[in-house]
Design a protein around this ligand. Sequence first.
Ligand code: KG4
Ligand code: ZN
Length: 343
Amino acid sequence: LPPTLVLGIETTCDETAAAVVERQSDGSGRILSNVVRSQTEEHIPFGGVVPEIAARAHVDLLDGIIASAMKESGVGFGQLSAVAAAAGPGLIGGVIVGLTTAKAIAMVHDTPLIAVNHLEAHALTPRLTCALAFPYCLFLASGGHTQIVAVVGVGKYVRLGTTVDDAMGEAFDKVAKMLGLPYPGGPEVERAARGGDPARFAFPRPMLGRPDANFSLSGLKTAVRNEASRITPIEPQDISDLCASFQAAVLESTADRLSVGLRLFHEQFGPPRALVAAGGVAANQAIRGALQDVAAKAETTLIIPPPALCTDNGAMIAWAGAERMALGMIDTMDAPPRARWRL
Ligand code: KG4
Ligand code: ZN
């Protein structure tokens, strides 16, 4: 069988991205190109992603990004097996730009369209870089999502836990903002925490010991705000101690929630082949350490895809499209853009 060649388009948040991926009939994958243009610069003045600005930037950038991805891959539009776009969940303006562009390409070149769920793409990414069999457990923590998902097969996902309020990356961003650190805050909080005392502030460990595998982060965020407001003037060492204490609370809560999630996984699906972490928060070294411990205790291996594939990118959309294509799961031209779309 000839390899499947898929163009993937990602525009659900503030990355404009396109990639071409090849999937062999034995299930192995190869990235032929992966072009990502982050809009962080455009959003910095506002301290967060502004949906209207993001949508307009996608309109300006997407054609050029797709052209680069195609050129770099050496694949012509006529050779593509399918065009895949993230059809949600995400900021609807951006989703419309990406999905409509994919539909136009599919129509002009008479190529199948695949409308990919962005979360599904994160879930399937480890199978692009290694030979990982189902079922495995995914921990996805980004600016918009915090979920524990049983990945049972292509199109077969069971959500074991989710946040009841803020996403984990969002909590890092908000803590950074209240302490006067720049956006995006996750890496800044991690950096500040390195020189800080994690025991100085006894912040709450949200959801600790609960029988479900859900997360909560807004109470912790408020506790940080309350402590910070009591310190005047606030010195760099105070900021470091606040960040270290916040991060320690996140770590302990995450380890507890994930160990429950892995237990639920085991009860329903047997032993997971791996614990996979994805999303921007998985870049955090301290969190990686905690995940390593959780995986070891649950007698499974931890897999974290390379950073460029953990954060939003086109290759993950193309790969999810290729996995669906292999099972004949193609979509029609009326596939809707979706702001909300549960796995
Ligand atoms: O996956 P991602 O790049 O984009 C989406 O949100 O989809 O994740 C970005 C989020 C931001 O909230 C950012 O602050 C957080 O991931 N993040 C981190 C770190 N690096 C990025 N959070 C904690 N520690 C980090 N080192
Ligand atoms: Zn994402």
